[in-house]
Design a protein around this ligand. Structure first.
Ligand SMILES: [Fe+2]
Length: 360
């Protein structure tokens, strides 16, 4: 299997991974043959790439650390919790204990799967239709944050509270009009001031639920604070920001940079990392950055890369300490023709070759 762009995909390729809608329901199942009409439809839905079966990479397995079933359950529970919170279904009188009761076993399951992870992992490239970004974003941020939390040695209870905070960190956005949230192009100052309010709105919504810890609610309030005081809403400094929020700040920015958004295309993962590293010590907690780098594969197995030589190559291994320079299998020459015999290359040894693009 490998990831390919829908702009360059050939007709009648077989899907190697299902495509989900914004609620996590299967839209197109694995094994389906993609007709040109389907490709067109997917592109119109805002999907950029899909995972296909491919003879030169048949031996590769997707490296998703959290099982698709678990991801789907978490996504569904997140969708329901966020909606119910924003619609005020939860109050001190109505079902006060449901949020944590609902999310705890799912998060325990995710934590277990992440702890069992061997080496850097998690390809978060599962394809979903755009428009549901809030939910997928929240779930991705949570998986990243829990990975960091585990690397930093948090206890199970702390991880659960962190996970609840990250799943719900943007709940305040449901109180902001979509016309502002999804506006392509620049926001006016006034619109940006409005968007900033999602932090305090979220905090108020979460504080109103008695079974949620203050630390979880803090994530909603402080995830846009920066350790040099340049963040919002309060411009807090360093350790004045709760450590859950310092973790969330890093993974939230990373997820936002690497996902396709209405207003721009995704950054390459290593560029997103460079931006974060540049901000380590100024905007972001360097200990969090260090833990994050150790937990994630920047170029996960199956990702198709474009090399400075013009070749197209697929990531076959992403060693934990070398995730910026993975081992790749070259499958197409500079003219776009399949190479007769694919060969493998360790980019950590081929330092003159640059990664100039990726599909997915
Ligand atoms: Fe946010």
């Amino acid at each position: 299997m490998r990831w390919v762009s829908l702009r360059t995909i050939q007709p009648n390729r077989v899907l190697a991974q299902s495509i989900f809608d914004e609620r996590g329901r299967v839209l197109l199942a694995r094994g389906m043959v993609l007709s040109s009409r389907m490709v067109e439809r997917l592109r119109r839905m805002g999907i950029g790439s899909v995972c296909i079966e491919d003879t030169s990479t048949d031996d590769l397995q997707t490296q998703g650390v959290v099982s698709p079933q678990t991801r789907q359950l978490v996504l569904d529970a997140t969708y329901r919790s966020l909606r119910e919170l924003a619609n005020g279904t939860y109050s001190r009188v109505v079902k006060p204990n449901r949020v944590k009761r609902q999310l705890r076993p799912l998060l325990s399951d995710v934590i277990g799967q992440l702890k069992a992870m061997d080496g850097a992992g998690e390809h978060l490239g599962t394809v979903y239709v755009s428009g549901g970004d809030l939910y997928h974003h929240s779930v991705n941020v949570t998986f990243f944050a829990l990975g960091v939390g585990i690397a930093m040695g948090l206890t199970e209870e702390q991880l659960i509270d962190l996970g609840i905070g990250t799943l719900l960190h943007d709940v305040g956005k449901l109180k902001i009009p979509e016309s502002i949230l999804k506006k392509p192009g620049r926001l006016t100052d006034e619109e940006f001031q409005y968007i900033k309010l999602h932090t305090s709105y979220g905090y108020e919504l979460l504080r109103a639920v008695p079974d949620l810890s203050t630390a979880s609610a803090m994530v909603a309030l402080q995830h846009h604070e920066r350790i040099n005081g340049s963040g919002y809403p309060k411009g807090l400094l360093g350790e004045g920001i709760h450590y859950f929020s310092r973790i969330t700040a890093v993974v939230d920015v990373y997820e936002a940079l690497t996902a396709n958004r209405v207003y721009r295309n995704a950054y390459l993962p290593h560029h997103a990392f460079e931006l974060l590293l540049g901000g380590g010590g100024t905007q972001f907690d360097p200990l969090v950055i260090e833990a994050f780098v150790s937990t994630i594969a920047i170029y996960p197995v199956g990702m198709t890369l474009l090399l400075s030589t013009g070749h197209r190559a697929v990531v076959v291994r992403s060693p934990q300490k070398q995730t910026q320079r993975p081992i790749v299998r070259v499958i197409e020459d500079a003219e776009g023709n399949p190479v007769p015999v694919p060969w493998e290359m360790d980019l950590s040894k081929e330092l003159t070759i640059e990664i100039v693009g990726r599909e997915s």
